[in-house]
Design a protein around this ligand. Structure first.
Ligand code: TRP
Length: 329
C-alpha cells in the first residue's frame, strides 16, 4: 500500500558528494518503494544564490540526474524532473507571493543566517528571489499536493512556513492543499577525510561515483589518531576518521579492527587498505552505473523530459483548481 505522496528536491550546485548521498539520496532510494515519489532537480532554487554565472548549470543538472539514477532512483517508479521544465512552479510561486506577508519570509531563520554567511564571503544576495526561496519551495511541494517531504533538519523552518501559507490559501479561497509534513532524514554520519563535516568548501569530500583508484587515494589521505606516529604505538579508534568509516562500510570487522588497533597489532596502512577495498566493493554498483549513464546522455535527457511531462500533467490539474478558486482564467 502506498503511504502517501512525497516531494523533494536538490539544487544542482555541482557539489554532490558521498556525504550528500548517505544523508539524503540513499533515503530517497528506500522511500521510492513505500510512497509515490516526485523528485525535482531545482535549478531555479540554485539561481536564488548564484545567478551571475549560469554557464555550468546545464552540466550540473545533467550530473545530478546521473547521480540520482546511478544511486538507484527508478524513473519508472518515480517522477524525476527539472524544475524549470515545469512552468507551473513559477505561476504558483507568483500567486502565493501575493498572499504571503513579508514578515513571514523575513523571520525564517535560514534567511538571515545565509544572507550574513554569504555576505561575509563577499556575496550580496539581498534580492527578492532569495527572500522568496521558501516561497518557491512551497510552490514545488503543494503543486503536487505532496503530504510528505523528506529533508534534513535545516529545512524544518521552511516547511513550517509552507504549512502557514497553505492554511492561508485554504482559508482565503478553497481547501485545495494538504499541509505538508517533514520526513526527517538522519544527518549523514560520514565525516570528510579530515574528520570535519564533509563539504566541498573544505576540500575534504569524497566525490559521489569516485573510481576505485580515487577511493584508494582518498582513504590514504584520511586523518588517523595523531598520537599514533608509528605502528608500535597503540591507537585510539575513537579519534580516528578511518575508524568512523570502518563502522559504516566494514561493520562486520569493526570489533576486530578496534581491538587490534588498540593493541598495536594492525597498522594504519593495512587498516586503510582494508577500508578502501570495502568501499570499492560496496560502491561498485554506483560507480559502474554512473559510467554507463555518462556514456548515454540522450537516455538521461529522455528520462528528464519524460519526467517533466508526467509532472506537468499533475501540476496543470492543480493549477486549474487554483485558478478557478481564485477566479482567474
Ligand atoms: N531547499 C531544499 C534544500 O536545499 C531544496 C528544495 C527545493 C526542496 N524545493 C524543495 C526540498 C521542495 C524539498 C521540497 O535541500
Amino acid at each position: 500500500m502506498v503511504k502517501g505522496r512525497i516531494f523533494s528536491g536538490m539544487q544542482p550546485s555541482g557539489k554532490f558528494h558521498l556525504g550528500n548521498y548517505m544523508g539524503a539520496l540513499e533515503n530517497w532510494v528506500k522511500l521510492q518503494n513505500e510512497y509515490e515519489c516526485i523528485f525535482s532537480i531545482v535549478d531555479w532554487h540554485s539561481l536564488t544564490s548564484s545567478f551571475e554565472d549560469t554557464t555550468k548549470l546545464p552540466d550540473n543538472i545533467f550530473q545530478m540526474a546521473v547521480d540520482w539514477l546511478s544511486a538507484g532512483l527508478d524513473p519508472e517508479k518515480n517522477v524525476i524532473f527539472v524544475q524549470s521544465q515545469v512552468k507551473q512552479h513559477a505561476e504558483l510561486h507568483l500567486l502565493l507571493s501575493m498572499m504571503t506577508p513579508l514578515s513571514w519570509l523575513e523571520r525564517v531563520p535560514t534567511y538571515k543566517d545565509k544572507l550574513q554567511q554569504l555576505g561575509n564571503q563577499g556575496k550580496d544576495i539581498n534580492t527578492y528571489g532569495f527572500l522568496g526561496y521558501p516561497e518557491l519551495m512551497t510552490a514545488d511541494i503543494i503543486l503536487y499536493k505532496a503530504d510528505t517531504v523528506p529533508v534534513g533538519e535545516d529545512q524544518i523552518p521552511h516547511l513550517e512556513l509552507s504549512r502557514e501559507i497553505v492554511r492561508r490559501f485554504n482559508n482565503l479561497y478553497r481547501p485545495i492543499f494538504p499541509e505538508p509534513q517533514v520526513y526527517l532524514s538522519k544527518a549523514s554520519l560520514l565525516p570528510g577525510i579530515d574528520g570535519r563535516k564533509m563539504s566541498k568548501s573544505y576540500g575534504n569530500e569524497i566525490p559521489f561515483g569516485a573510481s576505485p583508484e580515487e577511493l584508494h587515494a582518498k582513504v590514504k589521505l584520511m586523518i588517523t589518531d595523531p598520537q599514533r606516529i608509528k605502528k608500535s604505538i597503540p591507537g585510539n579508534p575513537d579519534v580516528c576518521t578511518v575508524f568512523t568509516f570502518q563502522k559504516l562500510f566494514n561493520n562486520d570487522q569493526t570489533q576486530a579492527i578496534c581491538s587490534s588497533c588498540r593493541q598495536a597489532q594492525i597498522g594504519c596502512v593495512e587498516c586503510k587498505k582494508q577500508l578502501a577495498e570495502k568501499m570499492v566493493t560496496s560502491l561498485a554498483d554506483i560507480y559502474n552505473r554512473r559510467l554507463e549513464l555518462e556514456a548515454k546522455p540522450d537516455y538521461v535527457r529522455e528520462v528528464l523530459a519524460h519526467g517533466a511531462e508526467k509532472a506537468r500533467k499533475i501540476a496543470e490539474q492543480t493549477m486549474a483548481e487554483v485558478r478557478q478558486a481564485m477566479n482567474l482564467e
